[in-house]
Write a protein that binds this ligand. Structure first.
Ligand code: G6P
Ligand code: MG
Length: 214
């Protein structure tokens, strides 16, 4: 395929915020008195804040009122904000900057496709905002991954046909969203979890554009 645009998920792809999300959700689980493991957490990756809470409560077999749900989701977000407010450009994962630079100098457009409403704050903290030609975050979409909206909107704003876009994702729901948008997907993480991706890489360290064979 001819790659004209690359759309990157943010959490767990460019930065390790997936871990911060996990810690913040685990805090709630501890408080509500049930176990929440990294394996359970895979189900929450790429999923919106309220949908994540729904899954978390399902795991703990807990029923809350709408008001309580809003309160717990806010509490989780406050804790998460404490983690991300301490982020700096040093938190960009190894090899990411080099890879993005190579894409840019090859004339490939760059986009962010994240379900997070906190994506703009993180991009500012790590100094990457201006590198991207388009940023689609949780505040611009109504349907969470695996719905294709976040990537379809990114491609639309870049004026690039989905057949020329590649998505980079660490979440199962994100890989499905890319495919639902008619895009190829590079899974970032482990092959066991991301088996539906078209190619799986462990991370961006030493990655070159020529390695992305789709
Ligand atoms: C990303 C993360 C999810 C998170 C979602 C919403 O997709 O992978 O774990 O729940 O964003 O994030 P927010 O920052 O808006 O709560
Ligand atoms: Mg992610």
């Amino acid at each position: 395929m001819i790659i004209k645009a690359c759309l990157f998920d943010l959490d767990g792809v460019l930065v390790d915020t997936a871990h911060f999300h996990y810690l913040a959700w685990k805090h709630l689980a501890d408080k509500l008195g049930f176990q929440f493991t990294p394996v359970d957490n895979e189900r929450l990756k790429g999923v919106s804040r309220m949908d994540s809470l729904k899954i978390l409560l399902e795991i703990g077999n807990i029923t809350l009122t709408e008001q309580e749900k809003t309160r717990y989701a806010d509490e989780k977000n406050q804790l998460y904000l404490q983690y991300i407010q301490r982020m700096t450009p040093e938190d960009i994962l190894p090899g990411v900057l080099e890879f993005l630079d190579e894409l840019k100098s090859s004339g490939i457009l760059l986009g962010i496709g994240s379900a997070s409403k906190n994506a703009p704050t993180i991009l500012e903290r790590i100094g990457l905002t201006s590198l991207f030609d388009v940023i689609v975050d949780g505040s611009l979409i109504t349907h969470a991954k695996p719905h294709p909206e976040v990537f379809a909107l990114g491609a639309k704003l870049l004026h690039i046909n989905s057949g020329h876009c590649v998505v980079f994702e660490d979440a199962i729901a994100g890989v499905q969203a890319a495919h639902n948008a008619g895009m190829k997907c590079v899974g970032v993480g482990s092959l066991d979890i991301l088996k539906d991706a078209d190619l799986v890489i462990p991370g961006f360290k030493n990655l070159k554009l020529k390695d992305i064979i789709l």
